[in-house]
Structures are given as C-alpha cells and as structure tokens.
Design a binder for this molecule. Structure first.
Ligand code: FAD
Ligand code: NAP
Length: 454
C-alpha cells in the first residue's frame, strides 16, 4: 500500500493485485489470503513510533505496542485516507510473472488474464512460507505437529489446553507462543527447545520502548551520522545496549537457556518482556536441541526425555516467489543479493519492496524504498551501470554476511539507520546521474518508464 501511495502522488499509472479481499497482509488476523502469520494475541514488538509511516503517523491514543487489530485498523485508515482502495484489484493472485524478450513483464493472474507491464514491484512479504527443520529431526512423532504459522490461539487449530507442548526456536514467534501457552497453566507443560542462544531484549526499559533510543528510519539523519561510520557507532552502542539489557533482565543463561555465542547485535533481535517471568516462574521450561523424536516423547541432546503431546516449530520462514520460474530468479537458502536490497542487476525493471529483515520495522524502510522506486520510474533517479551495481551489491552483501551470524535468518538483514542513510545517499547520487544523462534513454525496456504497473 505504501508503494501505491508513492506511485499515486507522483501520477504514475499502476495496477496493484492483492490475493486477499483486504489490504494489511500479515496484520489481518485470519486473512482470507490464507497466509497471514498473525495469532489472536499478537502485538507488535517494534514500538508504534518506529513502525509508523512518516506520511501517516499512528494515532497518539494507540499504546506503545498495539494489538494486531489496531495495526490492521491503522492500515485500513491509511488506505481510506489516501483513497487507495480504488487502485487495488483485490481477490486477484499473481500466479506467474515472466520476462518477455523486449524486457517487459507478462503476468498471469488468477482471473485468467495476462497483462503486460513495463515494470513490476514485488511486495509479497517474506513471513508466510513456513521453514521446517531441514533435515527433519530423527525418529517419529505421533502427536500434533504444527508450524508457528498455523498457530492462532491455545485451541485453534488444535486444542492445546492441559497438553504437554514443545515449542522449538528462540525467535519472536517462539517467545510469544511459549509465553501464551505457559501463562496461567493453559498448557500442562511448555518446553522451549533452543539450539542456539540469543540475547533477549525487553520491550521496555522502565516505561520507555527499548527501540525508542533509535532514530526513526524515515527521519533525516542526525548531524553525527555524517561523521561517525555506523560500524564504529555500533561498536560503542551495542555493548552499552547489551549492558542495559543485562541490568534490566539478566542473561539468557541465567534462565537455563543456552549462552549466546555472539555479542549482542549479530542476530535478529528476540524481543520479549514476558519470557523472563514465564521462565522464572517455571511456566516455560528451557530445553536444548532435540536429539530424537520417540513416538509420544522427545529426547533432547542433554539426554533428558519428556512426554510431549504437541510440537510447535517456530523455526522461521522461507523467502518465496511462487510466481517466478526458478530460472528467472535462481537463489537458495534465502540468499538473494540485490542492489540496495531492491533490484537485481539482471532486471532493472523488477523491484523488490520490503525484502529486508530489519533491526527495526519494515514499514518506514518500505516507505523510503517506495519513494526511491517512484523517482526511479519517473526517470528522476538513474541506476549506476551494471558492473557498478554488481560490484556494490556483492560488496554490501558480503559485508552484511560477515556482520551477522551465518544463518538463513540473516541473509537479508539490515541496520535500519545505516540502510536508510545509505539509501538517501544513493538517491542523491542517482539524481545527479539522471540529470547528467537526461538525453540518453534508460537501458531496459525500450519504453521504460512510460507505463508502469505494479
Ligand atoms: C508473527 C509476526 C509478527 C511480526 N511483527 C512485526 C512487528 O512487530 N513489527 C514489524 O515491523 N514487523 C513485524 N513482522 C514482520 C512483517 O513481515 C511486517 O510487519 C509486514 O507484514 C511486512 O509487510 P509486507 O507488505 O512486506 O508483507 P505482508 O504483510 O506479508 O503482505 C504481503 C501481501 O502480498 C499479498 N500477496 C502475496 N503473494 C501474492 C500474489 N502472488 N498475488 C497477489 N498478492 C499477493 C498477500 O496477500 C499480502 O497481503 C512480523 C511478522 C510476523 C510473522
Ligand atoms: N510479536 C511480534 O512482533 C513478532 C512475533 C513473532 C515473529 N515476529 C517477527 O517475525 C519474523 C519471524 O520470526 P520467527 O520467530 O517466526 O522466526 P526466526 O526469527 O527466523 O526464528 C527462528 C528460530 O528457530 C530456530 N531454528 C530454525 N531452524 C531450526 C532447527 N532446524 N532446529 C532448531 N531450531 C531451529 C532458529 O535458530 P537459529 O538462530 O539457530 O537459526 C531461531 O531461533 C521476525 O521478523 C520476527 O521479528 C514478530
């Protein structure tokens, strides 16, 4: 929806196809698109001030970490405010997107039509295709097996009340689900199986959101950001934050969880204020990785065995584009390098929106990306030549990989303030290129960017 808004204000003609009957994607509980990961109790874990769009702040009466229903309401109001519903074709899935010899893109839609576009923006989300343990744990399990994606509440889709439940993982899904099932004896026993330790950041320091210390990525960088490289800033800020977290809630190992192998800041943040009280109260029992599934029990690598009725794999998500043939965009294990995390040098008229795993919220990042895309499509921004794009893309991708722990979770990780600072710089550089090359047509396709569709 933010892309629609940025295209609309620039007067760029577009179509937008949405699989479900409403906008809001992941934030629509039980969305009829069939792919929302929201559960009934879900609240955001990035504070609302960090999540809101600059062009449309969240209302002041919202709490710091609103429930998903308020986030859905915010998006609904956003759509109405900018009159975007008329621009979106709902209940229409993009089944296929293929490049044509002249560089344009042909779509196949669920209604059977095959429209052709000069450019395509892909914004299909990356938290909807469940990643299961691969390889699967040895042995066989006879009880309930589900992924966190399917979890709605303690009785939906399975009745977990008074059951022995094992939650696998230590990301935010695992935290929320284990806490909900452990709280006030909903499940009989809740075990949390963790293979690699993670720092856990509380949602609040005192009454203030922990992420409130950060600049909203959509706002103009502070003066010092022009002087101090982020690498250096992080070297000072992360140990301080780590100390602050320890002071507030202690270390994971004090709660029986594995000690994180890496310093704070090298993993996607696990944020929970509740897990400490649940672990501290014995409502959630820590366990190491699974060794073997044994029918109605599970053995862990420390040799302990527990009777288990249900396993919930909160093991993350795969980046998936079911509408591309594998040859269009070959990549594996979530590892898809892109120029500025948006454009493959191979297709300059194919853009990816929100395909980042930020240390903050995706929304303001997507807002700046959409503005970049709008300017690019108008010809106000010009990409560098392909060789430069490739070089920059590979360099940045390798740097990112070196910075975060090697995992399928961290292939598209970004530091929000650094990313948006850098993107702003790139926008300025591209605007200069556009002015310099105003009389030379863009490379691909020949008509680009006269008609643009999403
Ligand atoms: C449980 C959970 C909690 C989260 N909490 C937070 C949080 O607190 N803060 C935060 O910033 N982020 C959070 N996230 C990250 C979340 O991904 C983003 O908040 C946000 O939903 C990303 O928006 P999106 O538009 O990129 O993707 P989505 O919200 O997934 O939307 C994608 C849209 O594309 C549509 N679509 C997909 N494929 C097609 C197709 N082929 N044709 C037509 N339409 C299609 C879908 O129907 C959907 O409406 C959370 C993620 C999960 C799983
Ligand atoms: N309240 C909220 O706002 C909220 C709630 C839920 C999710 N989210 C967001 O949604 C996104 C997805 O979060 P997520 O928690 O679902 O996934 P995630 O962040 O990818 O975490 C997956 C967890 O599963 C573990 N894991 C993966 N494969 C495993 C295996 N084979 N065996 C054992 N453990 C395995 C990972 O450990 P390794 O580190 O070892 O790989 C990690 O701890 C994130 O952006 C998150 O912030 C937000």
């Amino acid at each position: 929806m933010i892309a629609c808004r940025e295209l609309k204000v620039r007067g760029i003609p577009f179509d937008c196809f949405e699989k479900g009957s409403q906008a809001g994607g992941n934030w629509i509980f039980k969305n009829d698109n069939g792919v929302s990961a929201a559960y009934r109790s879900l609240h955001i874990n990035t504070s609302r001030k960090q999540m809101e769009f600059v062009c449309y702040p969240m209302p002041d009466h919202y709490p710091t970490f609103p429930h998903h229903s308020l986030i859905a309401e915010y998006f609904e109001n956003f759509m109405n405010h900018f009159r975007l519903k008329e621009d979106i074709t709902f209940n229409t899935e993009v089944k296929k997107a293929e490049p044509l010899p002249d560089g344009k893109w042909q779509l196949t839609l669920s209604n059977g039509s095959n429209p052709i576009y000069d450019a395509v923006i892909v914004a299909n989300g990356h938290h909807w295709d469940p990643r299961w343990p691969d390889p699967a744990f040895p042995g066989e399990f006879k009880g309930i097996v589900m992924h966190a994606h399917a979890y709605m509440d303690p009785t939906d889709p399975y009745d977990l009340i008074d059951k022995n439940v094992l939650v696998v993982g230590m990301g935010n899904s695992a935290m929320d689900i284990a806490c909900e099932l452990g709280n006030r004896g909903v499940a009989r026993n809740v075990y949390l199986s963790v293979r690699s330790g993670q720092h856990i950041m509380p949602k609040l320091f005192g009454s203030k959101p922990a992420d409130g210390l950060l600049r909203h990525p959509g706002q103009t960088p502070s003066w010092w950001e022009h002087i101090i490289p982020y690498r250096l800033f992080e070297k000072m800020a992360f140990p301080f934050l780590s100390w602050r977290i320890k002071k507030a809630v202690g270390s994971p190992e004090e709660y029986g969880l594995p000690k994180p192998k890496y310093p704070f800041g090298m993993q996607h943040p696990t944020i929970s204020s509740e897990i400490h009280i649940r672990l501290g109260s014995g409502d959630v029992k820590p366990k190491p990785n699974i060794k073997e599934l044994q029918g109605d029990s599970v053995q862990f690598i420390d040799g302990s065995v527990e009777k288990i009725d249900a396993i919930i794999y909160a093991t993350g998500y795969k980046i998936s584009f079911p509408f591309f043939e594998k040859s269009v965009l070959p990549f594996e294990n979530n590892d898809l390098p892109l120029f500025k995390r948006m454009i493959s040098p191979r297709y300059e008229n194919l853009m990816f929106l929100g395909l980042v795993q930020p240390l903050c919220s995706i929304m303001p990042i997507a807002e700046l990306q959409s503005s970049f895309m709008g300017d690019y499509l108008l010809g106000k921004y010009r990409l560098p030549d392909r060789a430069t794009m490739e070089k920059v893309m590979v360099q940045e991708h390798e740097m990112m990989k070196a910075r975060y722990t090697k995992s399928e979770r961290h292939t598209i990780q970004i530091n929000c303030q650094e990313y948006t600072y850098d993107l702003r710089k790139e926008i300025k550089a591209g605007q200069k290129r556009a002015r310099r090359l105003a009389d030379k047509p863009q490379a691909l396709p020949s008509t680009f960017p006269t008609t643009v569709r999403v």
